[in-house]
Design a protein. Structure first.
Ligand SMILES: NC(=O)c1ccc[n+]([C@@H]2O[C@H](COP(=O)([O-])OP(=O)(O)OC[C@H]3O[C@@H](n4cnc5c(N)ncnc54)[C@H](OP(=O)(O)O)[C@@H]3O)[C@@H](O)[C@H]2O)c1
Length: 333
C-alpha cells in the first residue's frame, strides 16, 4: 500500500510516499481502509523536529475516515461501515486526565492515517456521522475532540455565554466556533486575516478583530460586553490579552502554544478570580459526545482545501504558513 512517511526533520521535503505492507491487525485491533485524512499542526511540527519522541520512518496522520475492513474485540462499528477513528490512544481510566505515561496520539509513534490502510485499537473506531462526506468526516477527529474538551469539558461553556476564540482560522478553533454556536453561545473571534474573519462570520461569529492590524483588540472586545470564556492555542502574548479581556470570574482554556511560551501579568488573574484550564485531546466520552453533535445534524466542518496524497508537501506548506481557514484534507483513495 501507499503510505506518506516522515524520514527526517528537514520539513515537508522529508516526506515520501513509500510502498509498505498492509498492516495486520492484532487481537483487539481494527483494520481500516482510509478514504480521506486531514492535517493537524502536529504533523507539521513533526516534520520540523518540533515534537517530542520522534521515531523514523513513521506514517503520519491522526485524522481519518474510511471503511472498516475487520475488527476483533470491543468495536462500535461493523465490517463494511464508514467509520472515523479516535486518534487518542490509551487515554486511561481517569476521565479527568489522560494517562501521561501510557497514552499516545495516532500518527507518531504509531503509524497513522496518511496511508491506504491503518490498524488501531478496535475501541477507537466509531461509525461516521451521517450527513458528512468522507472528506468532511476526516477533518473531525483530533481537532473536534480537542475543541470539544477545551470548550465544554474543561471550559464549561453554557448557553448564553460569550466565548472569545483567538486565531479562529486554526483547525481546532473552527470547531470551537462551530460547537460554541451550536451550544447557544455568543462568539468573539480574532484572526490575522480579514478574509478569515469574514469566513468566521459566515459560520456564525458575532464579532471579529484582526489581531495584526488591531493589536489592542482585547480592549475593544472587553468593551463589547462581558466575556465568560476564552479558548486559545496561539501562546505568545495572546493569553495575557485574553486574560485582560475576560470578565471577573471568567475562564481561559489553553490547549496549545503555536507562538511559544506566554508571559502574563498575575494581578488580573487573581484580582478577577479567573480560572485557567489546561487541556489536551480528550477522553473516549469526550469523543463520543463530540460525534453526537454532528449526529444531531446540521453541523459542517470548515474545509480549507482538499489535496491528493501525492500533493502532501504542498498541503503541509500551506499549513506551515498558516494560510488555511479550517482543515486541510488529504484524499487517500
Ligand atoms: N494539546 C492538544 O491536544 C492539541 C491538539 C490540537 C492542537 N494543538 C496545538 O494547538 C495549536 C493549533 O493547532 P491547529 O491544528 O488548530 O493549528 P492550525 O490550524 O495551524 O492553527 C494555528 C492558528 O493559530 C493562529 N495564530 C497564529 N498566531 C496567532 C496570534 N498571534 N494570535 C492569535 N492566533 C494566532 C492562526 O489563526 P489565524 O489564521 O486566524 O490568524 C492559525 O491559523 C498548535 O500549536 C497545536 O500543536 C494541541
Amino acid at each position: 500500500m501507499k503510505a506518506l512517511r516522515v524520514h527526517d526533520t528537514s520539513g515537508p521535503r522529508g516526506l515520501r510516499i513509500d510502498d509498505v505492507p498492509v498492516p495486520e491487525p492484532r487481537n483487539g485491533e481494527a483494520l481500516v481502509a482510509i478514504r480521506a485524512a486531514a492535517l493537524n499542526r502536529r504533523d507539521v511540527f513533526i516534520t520540523q523536529g518540533l515534537y517530542p519522541n520522534l521515531t523514523f520512518p513513521t506514517t503520519l496522520g491522526s485524522d481519518g475516515c474510511g471503511t472498516l475492513i475487520a475488527a476483533t474485540g470491543d468495536c462500535a462499528a461493523s465490517a463494511g461501515d464508514d467509520v472515523v477513528i479516535d486518534p487518542m490512544l490509551d487515554w486511561g481510566a481517569d476521565a479527568r486526565v489522560w494517562d501521561a505515561a501510557g497514552s499516545s496520539i495516532l500518527g507518531m509513534p504509531r503509524d497513522g492515517t496518511f496511508a491506504q490502510y491503518v490498524t488501531v485499537p478496535a475501541c477507537n473506531v466509531y461509525p461516521k456521522p451521517r450527513g458528512l462526506s468522507p472528506e468532511a468526516a476526516a477533518t473531525i477527529p483530533l481537532a473536534g475532540l480537542t475543541a470539544y474538551r477545551a470548550l465544554v469539558t474543561r471550559g464549561g461553556v453554557r448557553s448564553g455565554e460569550t466565548v472569545l476564540i483567538t486565531g479562529v482560522g486554526g483547525g481546532v478553533q473552527t470547531f470551537v466556533l462551530l460547537f460554541a454556536k451550536r451550544l447557544g453561545a455568543r462568539t468573539i473571534v480574532t484572526s490575522g486575516s480579514d478574509e478569515k474573519l469574514e469566513r468566521a462570520k459566515a459560520m456564525g461569529a458575532d464579532l471579529g478583530f484582526n489581531y495584526a492590524t488591531t493589536p489592542d483588540w482585547q480592549k475593544r472586545a472587553r468593551a463589547a460586553g462581558p466575556i465568560d470564556l476564552a479558548v486559545d492555542s496561539s501562546g505568545g502574548d495572546t493569553p495575557a490579552k485574553a486574560i485582560d479581556a475576560l470578565r471577573p470570574g471568567g475562564r481561559l482554556a489553553i490547549y496549545g502554544a503555536t507562538n511559544g511560551e506566554a508571559t502574563m501579568r498575575l494581578f488580573p488573574l487573581f484580582w478577577k478570580h479567573l480560572t485557567i484550564a489546561g487541556t489536551s485531546m480528550g477522553s473516549p466520552s469526550d469523543f463520543a459526545a463530540m460525534l453526537q453533535l454532528f449526529e444531531d445534524g446540521g453541523l459542517q466542518p470548515a474545509i480549507d482545501r482538499v489535496y491528493e496524497l501525492g500533493e502532501a508537501a504542498e498541503a503541509f506548506e500551506r499549513m506551515a504558513q498558516s494560510e488555511q481557514f479550517g482543515k486541510i484534507v488529504l484524499r487517500v483513495s
